[in-house]
Write a protein that binds this ligand. Structure first.
Ligand SMILES: NC(=O)c1ccc[n+]([C@@H]2O[C@H](COP(=O)([O-])OP(=O)(O)OC[C@H]3O[C@@H](n4cnc5c(N)ncnc54)[C@H](O)[C@@H]3O)[C@@H](O)[C@H]2O)c1
Ligand SMILES: [Zn+2]
Length: 369
């Protein structure tokens, strides 16, 4: 079992437990002041993994209530949040309630935001069940919902009382969701852990399926994110490095009208941005090639046929842009990001980005029959 401590902005240290059987430690890590539990999960996860968690919760507190909502990003809204809150209030759940979020990133963001504002704030416990949630969304205290103007635009920082990560729940995760999580593992390796990158390279074919390596994979990726968040808990600067692959990725996600899911869009984004890094900040071409190979071996795309012009308007609206100039979080080498002297992003010409995008498009065409 991996035991870590996460420093919250108020200086307290919150436990993070990772390993097979982590959920059984729920009682030991239960926030002492809480006498009621509100379990929040989407319907898929509630059906697959809700019952054992409810049993464990009944051993912690006398009052346990479960609240399910329809699965998917479309539920990450103010409306779902309000609905959950109203149902919790109707059950008479008071300030001594702990919100227990069981699920993927959607559930963690949504239930975490409920916890942040319910009766002006109650503690939360995070039990991530998707690979992406285990190695990314469960770390860093960001919660929130999507609004018509964009994703994640309304929310709060709310650090959980504890995070319990049990890799065994990944056995039921659909393959496509697993690939999206692998993308973020690759990102964390590029951002801060060359050894994780080598592990991914060595074990790529095995990692496409759930297995005994999952705890090590999640553990290493979690440590990278924890280190970045520790330097910048409230996202004033250095945390920008976590945007590697995401500027182009978000633009592709948006330009495709959501047809390219986040994880796959970010894989394409990393391939394109790594190519830009070679010309703009001395990222070794050999490292870029290793990244492309790794993506391919993990079953992740490294290019997309959409013309660059379709992405351009979304790139122009990126929130990292300063004075109209596009800025990317780019690697200097595998495991180290560039831009330490300038807010951890690098100004990039839109033409350099277009050329890199087009090179990946052409490579794609070259490969197809
Ligand atoms: N807060 C953060 O720092 C942070 C970081 C990264 C991503 N996010 C957010 O995370 C969200 C994406 O997360 P996601 O990809 O986990 O999406 P998700 O929560 O929608 O989960 C994906 C799908 O997998 C299902 N699922 C989850 N665990 C399962 C399991 N063990 N077995 C079977 N099915 C399972 C869910 O029901 C859902 O259908 C986005 O909204 C993104 O903004 C937040
Ligand atoms: Zn992402």
């Amino acid at each position: 079992m991996i035991r870590l401590r996460v420093r919250a902005p108020d200086g307290t240290r919150r436990p993070l437990l990772l390993g097979p059987g982590a959920l059984e430690h729920l009682r030991r890590l239960w926030p002492r002041e809480a006498r009621a539990a509100a379990l929040i999960a989407d319907r898929n996860v509630m059906r697959l993994h809700g019952a054992p968690v409810l049993r464990l919760l009944r051993r912690c507190v006398p009052l346990v209530r479960a609240f399910a909502f329809p699965p998917g990003e479309r539920s990450k809204t103010r409306a779902t949040k309000a609905d959950l809150e109203d149902r919790m209030l109707a059950e008479g759940l008071g300030r001594d309630t702990c919100v227990v979020a069981l699920g993927g990133g959607v559930t963690l963001d949504l239930a975490g935001f409920v916890a942040a504002t319910y009766l002006r704030g109650v503690p939360s416990l995070l039990l991530p069940t998707s690979l992406l949630a285990q190695l990314d969304a469960s770390i860093g205290g960001k919660t929130g919902v999507d609004v018509p103007a964009g994703k994640n635009l309304v929310g709060a920082f709310h650090f959980p009382a504890a995070v319990l990560i049990d890799p065994r729940v990944l056995r039921t995760l659909p393959e496509r969701e697993r690939r999206c999580g692998l993308t973020e593992a690759v990102k964390h390796a590029v951002v801060g852990d060359p050894a994780l990158f080598r592990l991914l390279e060595r074990r790529a074919p095995h990692l496409r399926r759930p297995g005994p390596l999952d705890a090590a994979l999640v553990g290493a990726a979690v440590r990278v994110k924890l280190a970045v968040v520790a330097r910048d808990p409230l996202e004033h600067g250095p945390r920008a490095v976590l945007n590697f692959g995401h500027t182009v990725g978000h633009a592709l996600e948006a330009a495709s009208g959501g047809r390219v899911p986040h994880g796959l869009a970010v894989a394409v984004g990393m391939a394109v941005e790594a190519d830009v890094a070679v010309t703009q900040c001395g990222f070794p071409a050999a490292d870029r090639d290793r990244l492309r190979n790794l993506l391919a071996r993990l079953g992740l795309p490294a290019g997309h046929p959409l013309p660059f012009a379709r992405l351009a308007p979304f790139l122009a609206a990126d929130k990292k842009n300063r004075r109209g100039a596009l800025r990317l979080a780019l690697p200097a080498r595998l495991g180290r990001m560039a831009g330490s002297r300038d807010g951890w992003t690098v100004p990039v010409d839109s033409s350099a980005l277009r050329e890199a995008w087009d090179r990946r498009r052409t490579a794609l065409r070259g490969r197809s029959p």
